[in-house]
Design a protein around this ligand. Sequence first.
Ligand code: BDR
Ligand code: CA
Length: 312
Amino acid sequence: MARRQIIIDTDPGQDDAVAILLALASPELEVLGITCVAGNVPLELTAKNARIVCELAGRTDIRVFAGCEKPIARKLVTAEHVHGKTGLDGITLPDPTMPVQDQHAVDFIIETLRSEPEGSVTLVPIGPLTNIATALERAPDIAPRVAEIVLMGGAYFEVGNITPTAEFNIYVDPEAAKIVYGAGIPLVMMPLDVTHKALTTRERVEAFRALPGKVGPAVASWTEFFERFDKEKYGSLGAPLHDPLTIAWLLRPDLFAGRHINVEIETGSDLTLGMTVADWWRVTDRAANATFVKDLDADAFFALLTERLARL
Ligand code: BDR
Ligand code: CA
């Protein structure tokens, strides 16, 4: 089987951790590297957390790179109120022993896209888009070489989670998001509109906990930790498991539904900074630049995730 080559660009984060585990558990995918960015917590912690997750999965062979420590044009906004002080609160796991690579994440992204065959590498950003945008700015020749970008970010009908109109990943670095959305690269986005349909209900968390080995119980502890915040906020049955939907899309796109439409990023307004203005009803003649995913078969997604985590 030809494996799809991916680079996961991430700011772990419990839901990022689950996305990484899903990718590592899936033989259809080859994780060329994990590039870390500042987001949920500062860079030093995201680069540490990514390695904790690889070691939990027994995958010390995966290369982890540290990237940009702050957004392109703004001060870093973090989300310890959701993810806890470490970014991975919920269970204490051993400090990682595998090293962070010496190469900067942005250089790794550029070098990989230049050296692998054109159209073979998919980027999966599940944090602020700083690393990806910096790579595109520094090396515009890589844009046509990217197979696809499949990201978690944005919202339209669900509006925002960090402000009334913006989703966290886009809000933290809206200038970066504007560069990525304008790069002419095929782009699939998992906005809050679909992630808010992937809820960690009690039954789903207990299915993780019941898995043999260390991974399932760790995932159950993580999801329980960040649930406390979202349940209170949304009054929902569980928390949205945002980031793993990107990996699930690569494995089973048939579980999702969306539209190929125009999506623009607001960078000029204080009030709506970081809003993903999605032309869902196609009322403008602006060219489509993103597949905006809005629905999923949540039961099938959780069945897939649980089955894959059981393999680790
Ligand atoms: C996104 O923000 C982060 O807190 C999560 O990890 C996810 O990537 C959801 O808005
Ligand atoms: Ca994330």
